[in-house]
Design a protein around this ligand. Structure first.
Ligand SMILES: *[C@@H]1O[C@H](CO)[C@@H](O)[C@H](O)[C@H]1NC(C)=O
Ligand SMILES: *[C@@H]1O[C@H](CO)[C@@H](O)[C@H](O)[C@H]1NC(C)=O
Ligand SMILES: *[C@@H]1O[C@H](CO)[C@@H](O)[C@H](O)[C@H]1NC(C)=O
Ligand SMILES: *[C@@H]1O[C@H](CO)[C@@H](O)[C@H](O)[C@H]1NC(C)=O
Ligand SMILES: *[C@@H]1O[C@H](CO)[C@@H](O)[C@H](O)[C@H]1NC(C)=O
Length: 528
């Protein structure tokens, strides 16, 4: 199954050639322009900003809406009708929504998600889906900008962020799709990572009728505890110069030492850990001792490294959030000795309503947070029976080098669902599959075979085997479920040459080198 359309199909007949193509383009463009008044009539509490025909070959730009939101700027190779509108969700809040309606519509609908505390429309994901024939929607999640400031004294904006913006976008997006094409979509899909991963699971539980297939990566679920966990690194490492602090050179040493201790546990030394669950990293091996003074750790620093790779516990001993998986390389973010901005924003603008709070996070602050109503944002319900009963599917993935959200938490959720529903993996397989992507960082990038088609930048091919979006369509529409996800690593950024491929296993299976054969060939590995 291939989703990508390489040429514009004539909407009228396929035999009239270029002339027909021009005529159909013209009528498509007219239909698009006429859509605005139809929507103004049909949709409530809505202001249509524009409905614009965008011809294939256009270099489309969408300006940045906030300093933390990237501008979109890309040449598109398909005709589409682009809809932008504003819909209020309460008297004090609303969403900005984009819907891209491709001329070469496959009949499918897809919603994308958001990232961080965003606030930013995921244009690249919308473009990725629309180029593959989906009527694609995305919202600004109820506020502009990847920041928590808009939550300050406006709970309506927080409610949008927790669940309402995405769900509203789906409801409105489906209406727009129907109004434009004159018929209802066939199947409905979701694609998101990080905050988008959390949104996917929120939908799975709260609005199980929204999607037939959900692709959720590196989910920011158990959201409150995640904010606590992320915020705590600053307290553990201290600031540059303090006895607890490790410079980026020392962290590089630690990251290497983790590989020294754990890379071989999958049977092959390649700088990629296939199963961090097997790794119990021991930082004491780097302690300076009596003679060494350089390239080593003090006892205090070794404790810091241990704390970084340990779960976050409540004062009472309950585990709040699992450890950062060894294999993460986070010199640029969590370990940098600067406060984690999302966590700071969370306590400032949501928990305390005090812009001067922080930035040091204590267990007491974490306790206070538990008492604040955040509209079910935590997203930790393990009962997905409504979704299962209607036949929808979830493809969950997480990079095993993720330095922002630990992949240990994804396995924790999968096991939570297993216990809550009383189902074994063979039974969960019918509707929920989790794949651990070795060598993938946060939602993409990394040192391994991370290209799995979860986004345009991480695209390796269109076939279901190596493309999670195609795999999901095949699962939903043909009943063929993925048993693994084929990842590709390229030798360079232009992707001109494949370095190696790896078949990422379905949890709880782990990938092991067979002990002989070319380690770059997928056949030399097995899921055990
Ligand atoms: C869209 O319309 C809304 C409501 O009138 C307005 O607040 C917003 O600025 C408009 N957005 C754009 C991009 O024009
Ligand atoms: C699109 O236009 C922008 C701004 O003029 C330019 O920087 C960019 O390189 C163009 N992109 C393509 C793919 O042509
Ligand atoms: C870790 O990240 C740093 C900074 O990006 C990079 O220089 C280094 O090569 C990485 N280490 C590994 C083992 O990937
Ligand atoms: C799960 O949810 C379904 C539907 O709401 C309900 O009937 C069932 O009792 C729940 N199961 C558990 C274990 O809570
Ligand atoms: C496997 O791929 C890596 C990365 O391209 C390369 O460095 C290595 O030489 C390859 N190994 C074999 C046995 O081909």
């Amino acid at each position: 199954m291939k989703l990508l359309h390489t040429s514009l199909v004539c909407l009228l007949t396929a035999t009239q050639g270029a002339e027909c193509s021009q005529a159909s383009k013209h009528s498509f463009a007219k239909k698009c322009e006429g859509l605005a008044s139809t929507l103004e009539r049909q949709l409530q509490n809505t202001k249509v900003n524009f409905t614009d025909f965008v011809a294939a070959g256009t270099n489309l730009t969408a300006p940045s809406t906030h300093e933390t939101c990237a501008a979109f700027d890309s040449a598109l190779d398909f005709d589409l009708c682009r809809v932008k509108l504003y819909k209020s969700t309460s008297e004090k809040s609303g969403i900005t929504l984009e819907t891209w309606l491709p001329a070469d519509w496959s009949g499918r609908f897809l919603s994308v998600g958001n990232g961080g505390l965003g606030g930013c429309i995921s244009y690249t994901d919308i473009a990725y889906a629309a180029a593959r024939g989906f009527a694609a929607v995305g919202t600004n999640n109820g506020h502009d900008g990847n920041t928590g400031l808009p939550f300050y004294k406006n709970r309506e904006v927080l409610e949008d962020f927790a669940y309402r913006a995405l769900h509203t976008g789906v409801v409105v997006g489906k209406e727009i799709t129907k109004a434009f094409y004159g018929k209802k979509h066939t199947k409905s899909y979701y694609l998101g990572c990080s905050t988008g991963g959390r949104q996917g699971f929120k939908e799975a539980h709260d609005f199980p009728n929204d999607f037939d297939g959900i692709i959720a990566g590196a989910p920011a679920f158990d959201f409150g505890n995640l904010q606590a966990w992320s915020g705590r690194f600053y307290s553990i490492t201290g600031t540059p110069g303090s006895p607890t602090f490790l410079t980026s050179d020392l962290w590089a040493l630690v990251v290497k030492d983790v590989l020294k201790q754990c890379d071989g546990l999958d049977g092959h030394l390649d700088g990629i850990i296939e199963d961090p669950d097997l790794c119990q990293y021991r930082p004491e091996s780097l302690i300076c001792g009596k003679k060494q003074t350089k390239n080593c750790l003090t006892g205090t620093q070794a404790r810091v490294v241990r704390d970084v790779f340990s779960p976050l516990y409540h004062a009472t001993g309950t585990m709040l959030y699992p450890r950062l998986q060894p294999g993460a390389n986070s010199t640029a973010s969590l370990w940098s000795g600067t406060p984690f901005q999302y966590s700071v924003d969370w306590w400032r603008y949501v928990i305390y309503n005090d812009p001067s709070w922080g930035p040091e996070l204590t267990l007491d602050d974490i306790e206070v947070a538990k008492k604040v109503d955040t509209f079910g944002i935590n997203t930790w319900n393990g009962n997905l029976s409504k979704l299962r009963d209607r036949g929808s599917k979830i493809l969950h993935y997480h990079g095993l080098e993720d330095p922002v959200i630990t992949s240990d938490n994804s396995a924790r959720y999968y096991n939570h669902v297993s216990r809550t529903m009383g189902l074994r993996s063979e039974e969960l397989d019918n509707f929920y599959r989790y794949f651990r992507i070795s060598g993938m960082s946060h939602c993409g990038g990394g040192t391994g075979a991370f290209n799995i088609g979860n986004s345009q930048v991480d695209l390796a091919g269109e076939e279901p085997e190596g493309n999670v979006l195609s795999a999901m369509v095949q699962w939903v529409e043909e009943g063929i479920a993925p048993d693994y996800v084929l990842g590709t690593s390229f030798t360079d950024a232009s992707k001109s040459k494949v370095a190696f491929e790896r078949k990422h296993c379905k949890y709880p299976l782990r990938n092991m080198y067979k002990g002989s054969g070319d380690p770059n060939a997928t056949e030399s590995w097995q899921c055990v």
